[in-house]
Design a protein around this ligand. Structure first.
Ligand code: HEM
Length: 527
C-alpha cells in the first residue's frame, strides 16, 4: 500500500490521486479558475467543464414503465428434468439439460407505474425480469409477480399505461383515470381482483412469486413444440403481502423498503432463492378449455396443468454500481436461445418489438455492448459504428475489413443449424379481431372465491376507496363486471361504494371536502 501511494516522479500523482477522464492529474478540485479570488470565471477550465458537463448528463431517460427497480446477480441451477421426465423430451435448450449445471444470471425487480424514485409500497404489479447468460447466448425471461395481465392485445398497452400514470396536465395521480380505462376493458376484471387484494402489494421483492405471464414454447431436437408458462416460486423466504394499512405505515417512513430489503439480505449472506416451474400444454387450440391458452388474462388450472419443477435460482451478489447494472440492464422478450420459442400470444408479439426499440433509445444503439447486457460468450457480428461503439465484434481470423456476409475474403459465416427448426403452419385470413373465447369474468370469480376472508375484505375496501372518487358511469360498469364474476363480489362493492358516497355527500358542505378528495386520490395511487 505504502509503495502504491508513492508519488510518481514529476507528475505529482499517486495511485489514489484524482484524475480527469483524460488521465490528467486534478490538483485543485475545490476552486474554479477566476480572475482574482472573487472575479469572473474563465471558460477554458477543462477540469471543471469536464466534471460539470458529465454531471449534466448523468441520467438516461427512465424506463417508460418499470422505472423504479432493484437488481442482483446470481445463478440458475437446472434439475435436468421437468417434473419426473427428462427435459430433453420437451426442449433442447442447453442450460436445462445436465442436472446441476449452473448458468449465471442477473435479475431486476420493479414496480410498474411509478417514476424512478416512487415509493415501493405502491399497489402495482411487480416486475420480475431475469437475464440468463447461457452458453448459447442470452435468454431473458421478462415477467411479473402476478401470473396474469390486464389486457390480452398489445395494441392497448400504451393507452393502459397512460391511464395508470399521472394526468398529463396536473401531473397528479387519480384512480378515476385508471378505472375509466378499466371500466371499458372487461378482460381486466381478473387482474383487478388480484391487484386490489393484498396480492397487489407484495411485502418486498424477495417474498413474492414471479411468472412469465405470456405463453411461450419449448422446442425439442425434432422441432416439436409445446406451449409453456414459466413460474418462479420463492423457496425458503416464502410469500408475504401487505394490507393497505401496513403499506401506508411503511411508506410513511421508507420509500425504498424493498430495495433495502433485497440489498441487505444479500449483503448479510441470506440469499433469496426461487424454484423455476413450468406448466406444459400441447401446442394446439384446446377446444375443451373455456379460455384460449394464448390469453394472458387467464390462469392455466393447476389440476390439469400442474407446476413441474425445472431448477432453482439463487441471488448471491449485489450490483457493484446501481446505474451501470440496474439502470442500464436491458431485458426483452425477443431474447431467446435455441430450444425456446415464441407462441402466437398477441401480447408477447407486441412486447417483443417494444423492448429492444425502447432500449436503443433509452440506453443507446450499442446497449448490447455494455457488460451487463453483453452475453458471456463469443459475439461476432457485422454491426459497426453507432453512438458509443467502443469495440468490434471480430471472430478469430475474421478480417477487420470484411464487415459483410457473404464473403470469400475473410468474413463471418452463417452458423450450422443443429436440431430441426420448429415450423408452425398458418392458413387463415389476416384480420383485426379479438379472440373467440374471451370469458372475461369466469376466472375473476374463481379468484375472488379462492381468496381468504381477510383478503376479500381488503379487496372490497381497496376497491371502494378507489371507486368512490370515480363518476357513477365508471362505478356502475365496474360493479357490473364484479357482479358478472361473482354476485357476492358485486354486491359488496356496490354496498361499499353506496356507503362511501353517502358519507362523502354528508361532508361536501365542509370547505375542506375538495382537499380531502385530492388526498384520497393520491393515497389510493400510493403517492
Ligand atoms: C419493461 C413494454 C407488457 C413486464 C417494459 C418497458 C417497455 C415495456 C417499453 C421498458 C423497457 C426498458 O426501458 O428497458 C411493454 C409492452 C407490453 C408489456 C408494449 C404489452 C404489449 C408486459 C407484461 C409484462 C411486462 C405482460 C409481464 C409479464 C415488464 C418488466 C419490465 C418491463 C418486468 C421491466 C424490465 C426491467 O426490469 O428492466 N415493458 N410491456 N411487460 N416490462 Fe413490459
Amino acid at each position: 500500500m505504502e509503495e502504491n501511494k508513492q508519488e510518481k516522479k514529476g507528475t505529482g500523482e499517486s495511485s489514489d490521486s484524482l484524475t480527469n477522464r483524460q488521465g490528467h492529474p486534478v490538483t485543485d478540485n475545490q476552486n474554479i479558475r477566476t480572475v482574482g479570488n472573487r472575479g469572473p470565471s474563465t471558460l477554458e477550465n477543462y477540469d471543471f467543464i469536464e466534471k460539470v458537463s458529465h454531471f449534466d448528463r448523468e441520467r438516461v431517460p427512465e424506463r417508460v414503465v418499470h422505472a423504479r427497480g432493484a437488481g442482483a446477480h446470481g445463478f440458475f441451477e437446472t434439475y435436468g428434468k421437468v417434473g419426473d421426465e427428462p427435459i430433453a423430451k420437451y426442449t433442447r435448450a442447453k442450460l436445462f439439460q445436465e442436472a446441476g449445471k449452473r448458468t449465471p444470471l442477473f435479475v431486476r425487480f420493479s414496480t410498474v407505474a411509478g417514476a424512478m424514485e416512487s415509493p415501493e409500497t405502491a399497489r402495482d404489479p411487480r416486475g420480475f425480469a431475469v437475464k440468463f447468460y447461457t452458453e448459447d447466448g442470452n435468454w431473458d425471461l421478462v415477467g411479473n409477480n402476478l401470473k396474469i395481465f390486464f389486457i390480452r392485445d398489445a395494441m392497448k398497452f400504451p393507452d393502459m399505461i397512460h391511464a395508470f400514470k399521472p394526468d398529463p396536465v396536473s401531473n397528479l395521480s387519480n384512480p378515476e383515470r385508471m378505472f375509466d380505462f378499466l371500466s371499458r376493458t372487461p378482460e381486466a376484471t381478473h387482474m383487478v381482483t388480484f391487484l386490489f387484494s393484498p396480492w397487489g402489494i407484495p411485502a418486498n421483492y424477495r417474498q413474492m412469486q414471479g411468472s412469465g405471464v405470456n405463453t411461450y414454447k419449448w422446442v425439442n431436437k425434432d422441432g416439436d413444440a409445446v406451449l409453456i408458462k414459466y413460474h418462479w416460486e420463492p423457496l425458503k423466504q416464502g410469500i408475504k403481502n401487505l394490507t393497505q394499512k401496513e403499506a401506508e405505515q411503511i411508506q410513511a417512513k421508507n420509500v425504498s423498503h424493498a430495495t433495502q430489503d433485497l440489498y441487505e439480505a444479500i449483503k448479510r449472506g441470506d440469499y433469496p432463492e426461487w424454484e423455476l416451474c413450468v406448466q406444459i400444454m400441447s401446442d394446439d387450440y384446446h377446444p375443451e378449455l373455456d379460455f384460449d391458452p394464448l390469453d394472458d388474462t387467464k390462469l392455466w388450472p393447476t389440476d390439469k396443468f400442474p407446476f413441474l419443477k425445472v431448477g432453482k435460482m439463487v441471488l448471491n451478489k449485489n450490483p457493484e454500481n446501481y446505474f451501470n447494472e440496474v439502470e442500464q440492464v436491458a431485458f426483452g422478450t425477443g431474447v431467446l436461445v435455441d430450444g425456446l420459442d415464441f407462441s402466437d400470444d398477441k401480447m408477447l408479439q407486441g412486447r417483443t418489438f417494444s423492448y429492444s426499440d425502447t432500449q436503443r433509445y433509452r440506453v443507446g444503439t450499442n446497449y448490447l455492448q455494455l457488460p451487463i447486457n453483453a452475453p458471456k460468450k463469443r459475439v461476432a457480428t457485422n454491426q459497426r459504428g453507432g453512438q458509443m461503439s467502443y469495440q468490434v465484434d471480430l471472430a478469430p481470423g475474421q478480417s477487420p475489413h470484411t464487415n459483410y456476409e457473404p464473403s470469400v475474403i475473410g468474413g463471418l459465416k452463417e452458423a450450422e443449424q443443429v436440431g430441426k427448426v420448429h415450423e408452425p403452419h398458418y392458413n387463415d385470413k389476416l384480420v383485426r379481431e379479438k379472440i373467440d373465447r374471451t370469458n372475461d369474468f369466469g376466472q375473476a370469480g374463481d379468484t375472488y372465491r379462492s381468496l381468504e376472508d381477510w383478503e376479500r375484505d381488503e379487496l372490497i375496501s381497496n376497491l371502494v376507496d378507489a371507486l368512490k372518487v370515480c363518476r357513477p358511469e365508471i362505478q356502475d360498469k365496474m360493479i357490473e363486471y364484479f357482479t358478472n364474476a361473482d354476485e357476492d363480489y358485486g354486491r359488496r362493492v356496490k354496498e361499499g361504494v353506496a356507503n362511501a358516497m353517502e358519507m362523502r355527500n354528508d361532508t361536501t358542505h365542509t370547505s375542506s371536502a375538495e382537499a380531502d378528495e385530492v388526498a384520497d386520490k393520491a393515497k389510493q395511487m400510493g403517492h
